[in-house]
Design a binder for this molecule. Sequence first.
Ligand code: HEM
Length: 405
Amino acid sequence: MAYGADQPLDTPPVTDWVNDWDWLDDGWGENAIDIWNSVREQCPVGSTERYGRAFMPVTMDAVRQIANDTDNFSSIWVNVSRPDAPRAAAPPITSDPPDHHGHRRLILPAFNPKAIASLEGELRHFCRELIGKLDGLDATDAALNYTQHIPVHGICIVTGLPEEDADLFRDWIYKNFQLAPKDNRIRLEVLTEMTHYIDGLLKDRLKNPKDDLLTMIANAEIDGKDVPWDIKVGYIRLQIVAGIDTTWSAIGSGIWHFAQHNDEVKRLVAVDNDHMLWQTANEEVLRYYAPVTMARKVIGETEVSGCPMRPGEQTLVTFPAANHDPAAFEDAHIFNLERENNRHVAFGLGIHRCAGSNLARLEMIVAFQEWLRAFPNYSLDPNKKTTWANGQVRGPRQLPVLLNR
Ligand code: HEM
């Protein structure tokens, strides 16, 4: 394997997911759930040497232990990458106690339940417009023409980011998550481009304030002290990388699932939008198809489920794998539209639990309601292939469907 700082890692296909896992392997995106289930039958924590030594916990116990232990696991590295990768702060997700609390307190109000609930009408209108553009078509790519647009619209309303730059955001996200963990040059390129772009937006808001999160961040103080500029840039960097392909993936996975379960679609469209069945279905999509796997840098000598970990090593926090642990969920392998007590960890757990979960849940449920009601008989296109994103955020990126009106 190449380790020159300027060369991308050159990695062969994975044949042993227990001792040599790789979340950027071509097999990961489509087969991740089977991979985690198979590793779990053999041991609670897989490992690899591809990015230096790095672990892959697959049980709820192991994932919970890591997420809750900020003494031994730092968020300074939240993506398993080559150890010499350039990194930039994107708080609160990249910060540890005691700093984390102030950063989180600053951004949380923008995502409070009342503020988010008020966006429902606009999001519904937006989904209907996207569906309207499919008028007269028998088939479409639901990822390209539907799922990818909804979260960008949501995040742009909340933050004030310009929606016309959506392609740029998605390009950065693709490079950042799919290519950068193995390629320092690409990571640096994305970091630099994003910094430059966000710097411009924040400076503009200092001169031309608006009623949005960008303006609030441009002027942000914590405990009466101005927040350093690179941290302000980091807050916005996080909004872009955390708020778009995450929900895009969750909506896409749900649309992919329901395309193959017309019986479930029939049950859902038969009830009103405020019926509990929509809520439980939304939560089960989150459990079963949880898109986000995080990571930590090991900073203390410790042990997880019998697996020793040492400072400088890395570990995934495989929330999606924990959601399939039969020790944590009855019939974990079954997608149950009415699952009760669904204590999934799709949004993480502990101090870093997702700040955008209200927005994500709303975007998902509205997107499902509008799509399933518009196309209650849609199905996957048997002549074309769904493609899945690998790595940190997993979900369909091409999703060809027949609309079967
Ligand atoms: C279905 C969609 C989403 C999923 C599955 C998801 C998942 C997660 C997870 C697992 C974490 C924990 C990170 C960790 O432990 O290191 C997290 C944190 C975070 N998420 Fe989300 N997320 C979603 C959507 C969003 C949206 C729409 C936003 C809005 C910008 C957002 C903003 C954040 C932020 C700011 C944090 C960091 C919180 C902290 O460190 O205190 N997320 N998310």
